[in-house]
Design a protein around this ligand. Structure first.
Ligand SMILES: Nc1ncnc2c1ncn2[C@@H]1O[C@H](COP(=O)(O)OP(=O)(O)O)[C@@H](O)[C@H]1O
Ligand SMILES: [Mg+2]
Length: 281
């Protein structure tokens, strides 16, 4: 149990207007994992992240953070470990300059100004925003604002980052760079990451495991290869397979090309195609 970061059991949440947003969700996230919550709009991803960060309090069921029920923790104790990056950076950024914004968290932790400065500069470097310290947050691009939000949490030294649609609204290169950044934070800095997304094409390349959410329930969970290996009900939950997997799946099942497995990336697909079409090589 020591390696458990977050354990969610039988989580049920109904908004005050009667909407059943979470219907009995259970999932476990181990320290060091990079986990995706994949689901169509309205499936409950944001609500689940907010419950994990205890921004939503009156849920049924339990959320344990490193083995401790978060209902017994103070907000300060939770925010020391867990950082939530909102979908829209403008809901998160508020200080006039990038430096002040990123410094806000560490200053509130009571660190001295030298340590705060060290952390801010480090965090900005991690997210490739060095040199932007004095810039107004309003003058950053959307992608830069998203990265500034992440820097603000990194500067606080969170062990667990919850990100709500970190790639939404970014151009294809921005999406790829964001995933590379998160991958690096996970692998090199050891940050456990949970990200909500509805983007199926990029995530399999980076995530260890994912949970599929539909109508407030987890319908499937596992490694991307396993989750995407049964595509039939993806449509029911308003998702699709990654494009490359869809193509190979159709070639296999509709055109009888005997692929052994369904690849999830261009690189894997290339190897699989060469192996299948030129078995002697
Ligand atoms: N503040 C709210 N009040 C009432 N219903 C809400 C509120 N926020 C979200 N919902 C509803 O809860 C469900 C889950 O929403 P949400 O968690 O935002 O899903 P996702 O992030 O996957 O798009 C949806 O049916 C949505 O309409
Ligand atoms: Mg959402």
């Amino acid at each position: 149990m020591d390696d458990m970061m977050l354990s969610v059991k039988s989580l049920i949440y109904k908004y005050p207007d009667g909407t059943h947003a979470l219907n009995d969700i259970s999932l476990d996230i181990k320290k060091g994992e990079f986990i995706g919550l994949l689901g169509a709009n309205g499936s409950g991803k944001t609500t689940l992240l907010r419950a994990m960060d205890r921004l939503i309090k009156d849920f049924e069921g339990s959320v344990h953070l490193c083995g401790v029920d978060i209902k017994t923790l103070t907000p300060k104790e939770i925010y020391k470990k867990v950082g939530l990056v909102f979908q829209n950076p403008d809901d998160q950024l508020f200080a006039p300059t990038v430096f002040e914004d990123v410094a806000f968290g560490p200053l509130n932790m009571g660190l001295d100004t030298k340590e705060v400065e060290r952390r801010v500069l480090n965090a900005l470097k991690e997210v490739e925003l060095s040199g932007f310290e004095k810039k107004s947050v309003h003058n950053l691009s959307f992608g830069q604002r998203k990265r500034a939000c992440i820097a603000g949490l990194l500067a606080m030294g969170h062990e667990l980052l919850l990100l709500d649609e970190p790639t939404a609204g970014l151009d294809p290169m921005g999406e790829y760079k964001m995933m590379k950044l998160l991958h690096k934070l996970n692998k090199e800095n050891g940050v456990t990451i949970v990200m909500a997304t509805h983007s199926v094409d990029l995530v399999p390349l980076f995530l260890n495991r994912l949970y599929i959410l539909s109508r407030g329930r987890v319908t499937r969970g596992g490694a991307p290869e396993d989750v995407f290996s049964a595509p039939d009900d993806m449509e029911n939950i308003k998702l699709r397979l990654p494009h490359i997997a869809e193509l190979i799946y159709r070639l296999k099942h509709e055109d009888n090309i005997p692929f052994e497995r369904i690849p999830l990336s261009i690189g894997e697909a290339r190897r699989e195609i060469i192996k299948t079409l030129r078995p002697e090589t």
